[in-house]
Every structure is written in C-alpha cells, then in structure tokens.
Design a protein around this ligand. Structure first.
Ligand SMILES: Cc1ncc(COP(=O)(O)O)c(C=O)c1O
Length: 445
C-alpha cells in the first residue's frame, strides 16, 4: 500500500472533513525551494506555494537557520505581556514597508483571519460606526469576523449562522460581471452604481466604519479590480469618513510583482492586513494602519498568547532578508512576464482557455467549454489531476480557474518544466484523452 494512503487512512479516523479542501491524496513530507516531496518519495513542482504562504520557497536555508537559532534561544514568551527580541525589530521594519504615509503602527495576529477581525475591531473603534462593506468573491478568513465579510463558498456560512451583524456585501468588479461588448468605462460606471446602491437605499454612509477589499482577489479567481473603480470607491470612502482597508494576505509579499497589490493603484489604504508569506508560512499576521486608527483601542482588545511569537518573528525577519537579498519582488514581475508569454501562446492554441490574468507570478487561467464559452469545472478537474500525475501541483479556484502561484524562488528551468507539463495536459485534454479521477466529486471548494 502506498505510504500516502496508509497515513491518510490513519488520519481519517481522527480528522474533521471541515478542515481540508480536497485536491490530491498526498501527505507532504518535505520541501525545498519550489518543489515538495510526498510520503511515497514523489517530487512535484509546486505551483501553489502552499496557498501563497511560501513565497520564499520551502525551507529556505537562511530562514531555517533563523528559526533554529531562535528556537534554541527562546521559543515563546507571550508578546501579550512582554516584547521579544526579533519582534521588536520586525515591528518597525514591517511598518516601514507598508504603503501608508505618515506614522504607522501594527498589531500581531496568528493568521490572516484574525488580522481581518482586527480590521473590523479597529475600524469600528476609530469611527464609532458599526457597518463593514465587503465584496462578493472575497475570502478574508475563517474566524467569525472574517467569515462574515467573506463570500466565496456556501460551505463557509452554511449551518453556522448567525454571522456578524452589520456587514454589507457589494459586487466585486470581476470579468464575470461584465456584459458582452461593454466598454471599460461603462463597466466601471455600472459596478460603481451597484456599489452605491445600498448607500442610497438602506445603508447610511455615516454609519459605515470601513470598506474592506482585496485589490486583487485571490480565491475569487486572481482578479484585479479596475483602477478607475478603486479610485471611485476610495474617493467615496474619503468623502464619507469611511476607512479603506486592504487585505494583502494572499496577494502581498511580492506575489503580484509588487510588494503589495494595492501598489498597482495610486491610492493609499488606511489599514492593511498581511499574513501567509510574511513569516514564510509560520503562523504570523499583522494588521497595519495609520497610527491614529491603531491607537483607538486599549489592551487587551487585540492580544493573542502566541501572536508575535519569537520564532515566527525571527522567521519573518529572515523572510524579509531573503525577499530583499534575492530581489524576489522584481523576480516575481520578471517571471510573470514569462508566464504571460506562455499562457498567451497556449490560449491561441487551445479554445478551452477562455482567458487568463497574470500579475507577477500570480495567475488565474479560465477553463471553459470550447463551444459555449461557459465555465468547465470538469475539464479543469481533469487538467489539475493530469498535471499532478505529470509532477506538478496546481489547483482550481471557483471550479474552473487554474490557480498559478509558484514560490517566487522558482528557477527558470523549473518554470519551463512546469510549462511543459501544462502544455502536455492541455494537449491531452484537447485530444479527449483525459478522464476524471475517481474522487472528482470531492475535489475543490
Ligand atoms: C485574501 C485572504 N485573506 C485572508 C485569508 C485567511 O488567512 P488564514 O488562512 O491565514 O487565516 C486568506 C487565506 O487564504 C486570504 O487568501
């Protein structure tokens, strides 16, 4: 019996199905750079980077050493009571990186989810207003606060309500909202009208604390909001004393070819959330914001026993070193151009590639029915499964979008190998050679 299967059978006796989105039945045993190896010793090129949480690659030696050295010195003393050495260095270093002018402060969290909860807390406290506006297709996390402002999967709200009150969702301006033949300007105008509709009918703007957005949606399909739309939303926020908060958990840390996805736009957030790759996948997040906002709460309004833990903050310091020393933001942008070239070429070869978006090493590739142009989740599942068999990890978003997010340290050679596997899977799909895996109905969100 395969070791993967033996281990998963053992686990299944004790593991809740609510806690894993199923894709491939493997146990990840080790990782190095842009590859991972499963319990049967099979190596894969990782095109997922652990859900964009290992932008510096797996087990980078500089980060491993920082973790080992810190663990030997002090694993934990709760930052809720006393500061620790790496954490005091990280706070000003990270605050300086934030694209917010003027004095900036931050507070630690353990996950993207709790840092988004912190956005709700700080913005309500600062403004004295209850409402939060967020967007369809958003994923902000899995705590009650962050689930309440998310809207990407029914299983996230099914059976667990009531969710947080005073949250209003407006449509995200994604390509699927676009009417046939609609111009860029008309699209933005129509979507901004939809944004404003609640404010004109039941949502008093003076009762709204914050607008929370992923400037590039991750789980929503790797989709960037139009610049003109973001400008209008930010202008509206400013006019009405509403805070503008951005979630950089998925798209930050160089993923989109810039440090932060909001830097694709010419606006500044009041608050932002960072997590995932901040400490190369060690559990550390931060809510970062204008000092006056971050001073609006008193302890213990946002403390956690392990948030800002010495090992995680040492890992984050080392992660920032690697990002800078290896120029990973620039690398993401350069390799993203290479990926754009590849997917353009594939799109002209295969009609079932309906379109794609690529911002740095950060792509969403739409798989559609070649006749109707409608989303084709079956073909997508066949593709990701075939690519997995060929030796790379890629998963789907929204059922029919390939999620392309390799570690930013992926080599040119590994990228070419991955493109070879994708091209082979695309060709086999075109030739009708691919079948659904046995567990197809379990796969995906
Ligand atoms: C944009 C975004 N925000 C927040 C989260 C939640 O982060 P975490 O899973 O660390 O709680 C995620 C996770 O995928 C995310 O993509």
């Amino acid at each position: 019996m395969s070791e993967n299967k033996r281990l998963l059978d053992d686990e299944s006796e004790a593991f809740s199905k609510a806690a894993r989105v199923k894709y491939f039945n493997i146990v990840v045993d080790s990782g190095k750079g842009a590859t991972i190896t499963d319990a049967d010793g099979r190596m894969y090129i990782d095109l997922l980077a652990s859900a964009s949480s290992t932008n510096t690659g797996h087990s980078h030696p500089h980060i491993v050493k920082a973790i080992q050295d810190q663990a030997a010195k002090l694993i934990q003393y709760t930052p809720a009571y006393f500061a620790n050495n790496p954490e005091v260095k990280l706070a000003p270093r990270l605050a300086k990186l934030a694209p917010i002018s003027g004095p900036v402060e931050l507070a630690w969290g353990n996950s993207g989810s709790d840092a988004n909860d912190a956005v709700i807390k700080f913005s309500r406290a600062y403004t004295g207003r209850p409402y939060i506006v967020s967007f369809t297709g958003a994923y902000h996390g899995s705590t009650y606060g962050s689930i309440s402002i998310s809207s990407v999967s029914l299983n996230m709200s099914r059976k667990i309500g009531p969710l947080l009150p005073d949250v209003v969702k407006v449509p995200y301006p994604d390509p699927w909202q676009r009417l046939k033949g609609e111009s860029d300007d008309d699209f933005v105008d129509r979507m901004f009208k939809a944004f404003k509709q609640p404010f004109e009918t039941y949502l008093p703007a003076e009762e709204v604390a914050a607008i929370v957005i992923e400037p590039i949606q991750g789980d929503g399909g790797i989709v960037k909001a139009p610049t003109a739309y973001i400008n209008k939303v930010v202008e509206f926020a400013h006019e009405n004393g509403i805070l503008f908060a951005v979630d950089e958990v998925n798209q930050g840390m160089g993923r989109s070819g810039k440090w932060w996805s909001i830097e694709h736009f010419d606006v500044e957030p009041d608050l932002m959330v960072v997590g995932k790759s901040l400490a190369s996948g060690m559990p550390l997040s931060a809510v970062i914001g204008r000092k006056d906002i971050m001073e609006s709460l008193n302890a213990p309004a946002n403390v956690y026993t392990t948030a800002g833990n010495p090992v995680t903050t040492a890992a984050a310091m080392a992660t920032l070193d690697v990002m800078e020393d290896e120029h990973l933001v620039e690398r993401s942008a350069r390799l993203g151009e290479k990926a754009t070239e590849f997917f353009n070429q594939e799109k002209s070869k295969f009609k079932f590639i309906g379109g794609f978006r690529m911002y740095g090493l950060d792509g969403g590739i739409d798989i559609v029915d070649r006749k109707t142009g409608e989303p084709d989740p079956e073909a997508t599942t066949k593709l990701i499964y075939r690519v997995f068999e060929l030796g790379a990890i890629i998963i789907s978003l929204r059922g029919n979008i390939l999620r392309f997010q390799p570690p930013l340290v992926i080599t040119d050679e590994q990228l070419d190998q991955a493109f070879g596997m994708l091209d082979q899977a695309f060709s086999e799909l075109e030739a009708g050679k691919l079948t659904l895996p046995d567990n197809a109905d379990e796969i995906g969100w």
